[in-house]
Design a protein around this ligand. Structure first.
Ligand code: WT7
Length: 656
């Protein structure tokens, strides 16, 4: 990529002008309806965060809100609390029979797990873990399907002060092995298998392969989910159900220091091995509880909330487990795929359970767009009152579609920007206050000091683009990278100095000070001296009625710096032919300008994606530049790459 010589600020060419005020009825009942909280928080950020920490139960009060030795920061020093106590015990005392999770297995079975039941399961499991030799500070790996035992496992670890490291159930044996070894986990909690699109995911087989090369693992706890016959290793493997039913249901929550580690979660960077992001107890719980309360406006007595992510990602950690449970709310936990057995599975769930708040990702929304409006239209989705988006910039077309066809044209849509590293939402609308602009994450959350700067770190000001930065720490942000503090310092504080956190994203500030995220800066192209975000071109392409999905990369070009190559999936019943190609080039020229017109367009039925649904532009760049492909181990749909490669090289031959 040519982005290394970033001299100019990003030229954000896309214009989006529609706005949506908070519906009156929504605003009048919202938790956040008075915009003075923004002023209050910016006048005294520490005081604001301390007020948010009061949402939790503390065994001991803190004496110092923030100790900041850039780039290191610590919060609520002297305070002691327990995350599982905050998620369970205090609700058991008041609303024991409230459902914590409505669980829906992919094959169709259901379970309603109340706070009291979840509390009991967690206490028993915590005792099992103690019995297996797990103590405060020991790391526990978790590799499980989306079943209630997964949040129970996380909370059991939290209860006894053992940091967990959840590895997404879609990862391979090697990925699991490397993550276990990096954190030297002592115990692994897994399952025989899980269900995905009617198939059994062989978790135990993968775990066996991984654990053959993880010297630190002493015991493996195995949940029976599919009931398939899996080999159990004598002396190492322990049947979860047997152990839990035989354990005591009494287990006091360990008082933890605010700064004790709650968990590690691995995230990939553009280069190098995955980073073990370290989150601590007091600050993280404060951040997720506060943002979940204010951004999703959750009313625990009446809402049915559904964050449709996998718990294996940070979205699930913060907004399926810790945030919603800390706030005592009722969530949906769905095990499987959105198209199993049919492509309207989600909409059946929304109707059957009266889901009121839905939080998902743009990639899912675009998939639903591709499948057509008839599917949501078949169901009564009128219970929905708020929609959320996370994971990548949401293009205005998808935003509008989401609001119109899922939200019945009436729900606010909150686009939430954050990262594994920030632990909690950093930029988002507050739905009772903020005027929405489709495609913009709007404004920083109270207490978050975000800005957009140029290469030298100077604010670019409204109307300009550049690098997104956070100018002061927030309680939920990572403390370090596990075992590699130097990498923490260099990765996040290397670019603008130790006081300024650089998340790696480009961003534009509009004339109203709204933040428009432009994707990772390494997803930014340089075309004839103009910096253009791949996202903007993609957004223009999917704006065309024939296009379902698009990915754009820059191919090094001696003349232009980079030539824009687009990979486009047409909607069903549309053929990607020469006529469409010309039409799309003209369309992009119209929406953004001639400069952004793709040089080549490759039509394809699908795009290479990670298991979390992110388009792997890195691999498409390899295809566009006719290089050998880089690491493809995290790819969901590997065969599509060969197809795309063949098409791309025959296209290239024709062009030359
Ligand atoms: C990166 C973080 C946070 C949970 C899921 C992803 C991109 C995330 C948005 C958004 C534009 C977004 C950024 C960020 N991103 N949300 N609302 N608008 N971009 O977690 O895997 O740590 O990825 O996702 O590029 O840096 P993650």
């Amino acid at each position: 990529m040519v982005q290394q010589h970033v001299e100019k600020t990003i030229e954000a060419l896309l214009q989006e002008r529609r706005t949506f005020d908070p519906p009156e009825e929504f605003a009048s009942r919202a938790h956040a309806k008075d915009s003075s909280i923004f002023e209050q928080a910016s006048a005294d950020p520490e005081g604001w965060w301390a007020s948010q920490a009061q949402r939790l139960d503390w065994f001991d009060e803190w004496h110092t809100v923030l100790e900041w030795n850039p780039p290191h920061h610590q919060w609520f020093l002297g305070g002691r609390l327990n995350a599982a106590h905050n998620c369970l015990d205090r609700h058991v005392a008041t609303t024991p029979d409230r459902v914590a999770y409505h669980w829906i297995g992919e094959p169709g079975e259901t379970r309603a797990v109340t706070y009291e039941q979840l509390h009991e399961e967690v206490c028993r499991l915590a005792n099992v873990l103690k019995g297996l030799g797990v103590g405060k500070g020991d790391r526990v790996a978790i590799y499980m399907p989306m079943i209630p035992e997964l949040p129970a496992a996380m909370l059991a670890c939290a209860r006894i002060g053992a940091p967990h490291s959840v590895v997404f159930g879609g990862f391979s044996a090697e990925s699991l092995r490397d993550r276990i070894n990096d954190a030297a986990c002592k115990v692994l909690i897994t399952a025989d298998g899980g269900y995905r699109r009617g198939q059994v995911v062989p978790l135990k087989a993968n775990a066996d392969e991984a654990v053959a090369q993880t010297p630190s693992i002493e015991k493996v706890l195995v949940v029976r989910r599919t009931g398939e016959d899996v080999p159990m290793v004598e002396g190492r493997d322990v049947d979860y159900q047997d152990a839990v039913s035989g354990a005591s249901a009494e287990c006091p929550a360990e008082p933890m220091d605010a700064e004790d580690m709650l968990y590690i979660l691995y995230t990939s960077g553009t280069t190098g091995k995955p980073k073990g992001i370290v989150h601590t107890t007091g600050g993280y719980m404060t951040g997720v509880s506060s943002t979940h309360h204010l951004v999703f406006d959750v009313k625990p007595e009446s809402d049915v909330y559904w964050c449709a992510a996998d718990i294996g990602w940070v979205t699930g950690h913060s907004y399926i487990v810790y945030g919603p449970l800390a706030n005592g709310c009722t969530s949906i936990l769905y095990e499987g795929a959105p198209d199993w057995p049919d492509k309207d599975r989600w909409w059946s769930i929304v109707q059957d359970y009266g889901v009121t708040i839905l939080y998902t990702a743009p990639t899912a929304i675009r998939t639903f767009m591709k499948w057509g409006t008839e599917l949501p239209a078949k169901h009564d989705l009128s219970s929905l009152r708020l929609l959320g988006s996370v994971g990548e910039p949401i293009n205005p077309e998808a935003w509008i579609w989401y609001q119109e066809f899922i939200g019945g044209g009436k729900t606010p849509v909150v686009d939430t920007w954050w990262q594994t590293e920030t632990g909690a939402i950093m930029i988002s609308a507050l739905p009772g206050i903020t005027t929405l602009k489709p495609g913009s994450a709007t404004k920083p959350f109270p207490g978050v000091d975000a800005d957009v700067v140029d290469e030298q770190g100077n604010s670019v000001g409204r109307g300009n683009g550049g690098y997104l930065v956070l100018k002061r720490p927030t309680p939920s942000m990572l403390r370090t990278i596990f075992g590699d503090d130097q990498r923490y310092v260099e990765t996040y504080f290397g670019k603008f100095g130790p006081e300024v956190y650089f998340p790696g994203d480009g961003c534009k500030l509009d004339d109203d000070g709204y933040f428009w995220l432009l994707g990772r800066v390494d997803d930014v192209m340089n075309v004839a001296g103009h910096r253009i975000s791949t996202y903007e071109v993609e957004s223009a392409l999917v704006d065309h009625q024939a296009v379902a999905e698009a990915a754009v990369v820059g191919r090094v070009d001696p003349k232009e710096g980079e030539a824009i190559v687009a990979f486009v999936t047409p909607k069903a019943a549309v053929t990607g032919d020469e006529a469409l190609l010309q039409e799309l080039r003209e369309h992009v020229a119209k929406v953004i300008g001639k400069i952004a017109r793709p040089h080549s367009i490759v039509f394809t039925d699908d795009l290479p994606k990670t298991r979390s649904g992110k388009i792997m532009r890195r691999l498409l760049r390899d295809v566009a530049e006719e290089r050998d492909l880089g690491d493809v181990t995290t790819l969901l749909n590997a065969p599509i790459l060969d197809e795309i490669r063949t098409k791309a090289s025959s296209l290239r031959a024709r062009e030359e």
